[in-house]
Design a protein around this ligand. Structure first.
Ligand code: XUL
Ligand code: CO
Length: 440
């Protein structure tokens, strides 16, 4: 008997830039070698279960618009199991090699934690079987500790110790399921780990609790032999007014302060970077400089709106700068590009699921190729290296080697002419124009 198909769309294949077929890749050619590695191994695209299977496209003003004939709208385990079939057909047809989930996206929450765990196990059985049958892999798993009303005042940072206890049980289970499904990493996004007002908040105590929670997770990871890294996903606000994991630098400071650095990397999301008033480029640079870039939630914001719009990433400057950072760190190891993105509410047709992912995948394939060309050409890297040449020898090298002091430098400062003459133009506009020349 032929397998039931949920989509009236054929497998998406690479047809090249000349193709006019909207259901084809123009740039993403999985097997093509770029900068010494296959495109698919550079990009490691992942599909977000919460958006793709659970996103109804409702917004705060309007009802769902997405057409999902396979979904009966119920919270039953049967419905959850059926979604898995649909999802794997989608992954296959869209050539997405990885996926990511929250525990509560894939399986319904029960009346008790024990019931929720049993539901999760049933769906995990099916996911495991489908992974085996298709070769698709789990990039990372996570626990949703922000949706249920019990988390209204935080999860591991809740004022209630009993909520903390519940969270420990929930994350323990989510880690077990992630491990069982061969997850390459595990994410902590502090969805409500923050505050709305300091008038009712003991920030120091809440941060201590969050760190205690992370240490328990590290201990448990060792116990079950989960080898993948943990990732913290920074976000400055939304849902709370101030989220503790505000940006990359704040997360790194938290990890250092609490002795957690060696167990965590960061999962950087574009729209979260812009909500923090940073560029994605900045957040990635902070991570790469600190050997802390683990994975990327690939999406884009809407700059003139102040919230998390989770658009599909189609901006070539963004994808190029993102891939430059990934190439600079030597490529992903356990991480990848997870489309934490949903199509617009107006893009309600079933085939928009495909078109939106194709748009993101092609934009990243181009970004990769452009980034590889920039790297190969080396002009921008050379400019930066030349700009700091005074640190490579003489007094600069001596300072970097820690051999100088205020006293030794004062002697030189008093005798040397005004050093302004040693400066050269920063050439920002020339560099921007040079960057533009690679965007093809
Ligand atoms: C929310 C967000 C989450 C995390 C995982 O803004 O990005 O979906 O990626 O919890
Ligand atoms: Co995210």
């Amino acid at each position: 008997m032929a397998k039931k198909s949920y989509f009236d769309v054929q497998k998406i294949n690479f047809e090249g830039a000349g193709s006019t077929n909207p259901f084809a890749f123009k740039y993403y050619n999985p097997e093509e070698v770029v900068d010494g590695k296959k495109m698919k191994d550079h990009l490691r695209f992942a599909c977000a279960y919460w958006h793709t299977m659970r996103g109804s496209l409702k917004d705060q003003f309007g009802d769902p618009t997405a057409i999902m004939p396979w979904d009966d709208g119920s919270n039953s385990v049967d419905n959850a199991l059926k979604r898995v079939d649909v999802f794997f057909e989608f992954l296959d047809k869209c050539q997405l090699d990885f996926y990511c989930f929250h525990d509560r996206d894939i399986a319904p929450e029960g009346a008790t934690l024990a019931e929720s765990n049993a539901n999760l196990d049933k769906v995990a059985d099916k996911l495991e079987a489908m992974q085996k049958a298709t070769g698709k892999k789990l990039l990372w798993g996570t626990a949703n500790m922000f949706g249920n009303p019990r988390f209204m005042q935080g999860a591991s940072t809740s004022p209630s110790a009993s909520i903390f206890v519940h969270c420990a049980g929930q994350v323990k289970k989510a880690m077990e399921v992630t491990h069982r499904l061969g997850g390459e990493g595990y994410v902590f996004w502090g969805g409500r780990e923050g505050y709305n007002t300091l008038l009712n908040t003991n920030m120091k105590r809440e941060l201590d609790h969050m760190a205690a929670f992370m240490h328990m997770a590290v201990d448990y990871k060792k116990k079950i032999g989960f080898k993948g890294p943990f990732y913290i996903e920074p976000k400055p606000k939304e849902p709370t007014t101030h989220q503790y994991d505000s940006d990359a630098a704040t997360c790194l400071n938290f990890l250092r302060a609490y002795g957690l650095t060696e167990h965590f990397k960061l999962n950087i999301e574009t729209n979260h970077a812009t909500l923090a008033n940073h560029t994605m480029e900045h957040e990635l640079a902070v991570c790469v400089d600190n050997n802390a870039l683990g994975s990327i939630d690939a999406n884009d914001g809407t700059p003139n709106l102040g919230w998390d719009t989770d658009c599909f990433p189609t901006d070539l400057y963004l994808t190029t700068k993102t891939m430059l950072a990934v190439l600079k760190m030597g490529g992903f190891t356990t991480g990848g590009l997870n489309f934490d993105a949903h199509r617009r509410r107006e893009s309600f047709q079933i085939d928009d699921m495909f078109l939106s992912h194709i748009a993101g995948m092609d934009a990243f394939a181009r970004g990769l190729k452009i980034a590889a060309a920039i790297k190969k050409d080396g002009k921008i890297d050379q400019f930066v290296a030349d700009r700091y040449a005074s640190w490579d020898s003489g007094i600069g090298a001596s300072i970097e080697a820690g051999k100088e002091s205020f006293e030794s430098l004062e002697k030189i400062a008093l005798s040397q002419p005004d050093p302004i003459a040693t400066l050269k133009s920063g050439r920002q506009e020339m560099l921007e124009s040079l960057f533009n020349s690679y965007i093809k």
